[in-house]
Ligand binder design. Structure first.
Ligand SMILES: Cc1cc2nc3c(=O)[nH]c(=O)nc-3n(C[C@H](O)[C@H](O)[C@H](O)COP(=O)(O)OP(=O)(O)OC[C@H]3O[C@@H](n4cnc5c(N)ncnc54)[C@H](O)[C@@H]3O)c2cc1C
Length: 396
């Protein structure tokens, strides 16, 4: 039986292991951190195309059970009436739609499901080196241990070690001049239907909120930050300082922004935003990168986790249907590169809108007057489906 080493136990790692298992390939996941390292942290929206990809493995219920349906987004300036409303794509035949879920619940449910299916996940295993040989790859971990298998899959995220092992000249991530923060507001009575994402181009800062069916309001905000802050700079900002900063930025806001801040017990400590316009080399010998390691997109696309899941399922299909590991990698890249780079470009455009700040408040109404996207405008993104049973052929 073919064996794979998967580096990274975030989103792509456990899903790849489940997909490979379905394809008849045995895999072990190696995660750098402890199993309890996730904390509650921020939340994300897993779009219906990612849910559908999980559905090919019958794994989408584990996410649906921990998240809540999010079917619509509205765009506005904070006043009562939004400028536009869009759907998050058609639901699956069983009714499951785009879900909003905490990052910790997403990671935890995917890992638990992989383990329940018999996948082995080893924690505290930080990959530091990988050596290809004719019959496979040997991975070396920071604790001095090694593992050998027929192939190695780097699902190790934005700061991927596997990416630089495959291509020492690989470009670094690109800084997107926005910070991310947010919180979970309790006890607010907003006139906002659960499951609608309200995107607000506020006077001082872009923010977004969505009401959970239990009445809590989950929100994030993207303060503009032209110069990249170091990890140390960010760590030096206290929770109180974040709260004060956000209240200042929201001073003139017309919407619920200040109420969201005051009703949140904790404000997420801010972190930087990055993407990758292009990672030229995805594979070499019997090693490949997938997910954020290969094509991180700005969070503004709302697609990073979905892309990671689509990658995982597509790669497993390619390995199932190809004569050799290198042939599978070539087919995989032909099927994925155009799509993921289009998503990254879309995320960049969305993020650029947020960096414009007050200018966007003048530009947006004009834009919507000139052009309102039709209901199918985002079908290319949300409507993508992978047919597990069909044979895999390279894209031309
Ligand atoms: C602020 C923010 C908001 C976002 N919002 C959304 C959203 O709404 N919707 C959406 O779809 N996506 C969103 N994303 C993107 C999404 O989180 C990522 O695209 C997704 O997590 C990528 O999955 P991954 O498995 O490739 O990487 P990750 O989830 O980052 O997992 C990588 C794993 O590899 C491990 N690792 C790293 N190095 C090593 C090593 N050397 N050895 C072993 N293990 C290693 C890490 O510890 C980690 O567990 C957002 C991202 C950010 C930053």
């Amino acid at each position: 039986m073919t064996r794979a080493l998967i580096i990274g136990g975030g989103v792509a790692g456990p899903v790849t292991a489940m997909a490979l298992q379905k394809a008849g390939i045995d895999a072990t996941v190696y995660e750098a951190y402890d199993s309890s390292a996730d904390g509650v942290g921020a939340f994300l929206t897993l779009a219906v195309n990612g849910i559908a990809a999980l559905g090919t493995l019958e794994a989408h219920p584990v996410v649906r059970d921990k998240g809540f349906a999010t079917t619509k987004m509205s765009i506005g300036m904070g006043g009562k009436k939004p400028m536009a409303e869009f759907g998050f794509g058609a639901a699956l035949p069983d009714g499951t739609s785009t879900q909003t879920i905490t990052r910790a619940a997403l990671y935890g449910s995917l890992r638990d499901e992989a383990v329940r299916r018999g996948v082995s996940i080893e924690y505290g295993k930080r990959l530091v080196a990988a050596t290809p040989a004719r019959d496979g790859v040997t991975a070396t971990f920071a604790d001095g241990s090694t593992a050998h298998a027929d192939l190695l899959i780097g699902a190790d995220g934005l700061r991927s070690t596997v990416r630089t092992i495959i291509d020492p000249e690989a470009p670094p991530p690109r800084y997107v001049p926005l910070l991310n923060t947010g919180g979970y507001a309790k006890g607010l009575r907003l006139d906002a239907e659960p499951g609608t994402m309200h995107m607000v181009f506020g006077r001082g800062c872009f923010y977004c909120y969505v009401t959970h069916p239990n009445g809590d309001v989950w929100w994030f905000a993207n303060p503009r930050q032209p110069k990249e802050l170091s990890r140390e700079d960010l760590a030096a900002v206290s929770e109180d300082q974040w709260r004060t900063k956000m209240l200042d930025l929201f001073t003139k806001d017309d919407g619920p922004a200040r109420a969201l801040v005051t009703a949140s017990d904790e404000i997420f400590p801010g972190w930087n935003t990055y993407d990758f316009p292009k990672v030229p080399t995805w594979h070499r010998d019997r090693m490949i990168i997938i997910g954020d390691a290969a094509h991180a997109t700005s969070p503004a696309s709302g697609q990073g986790a979905s892309m990671a899941i689509e990658d995982a399922v597509t790669l497993a299909k390619c390995l199932r249907d190809s004569d050799s590991v290198p042939a599978a990698f070539t087919t995989y890249e032909s099927l994925r590169r155009t799509r993921v780079e289009r998503v990254v470009s879309q995320g960049k455009r969305n993020g650029d809108g947020k960096t414009l700040g007050p200018v966007m408040r003048h530009v947006l109404p004009l834009l919507f007057k000139l052009y309102t996207p039709g209901p199918d405008a985002m079908k290319w993104m949300y409507g993508h489906r992978i047919d597990w049973d069909s044979p895999t052929t390279a894209a031309r």
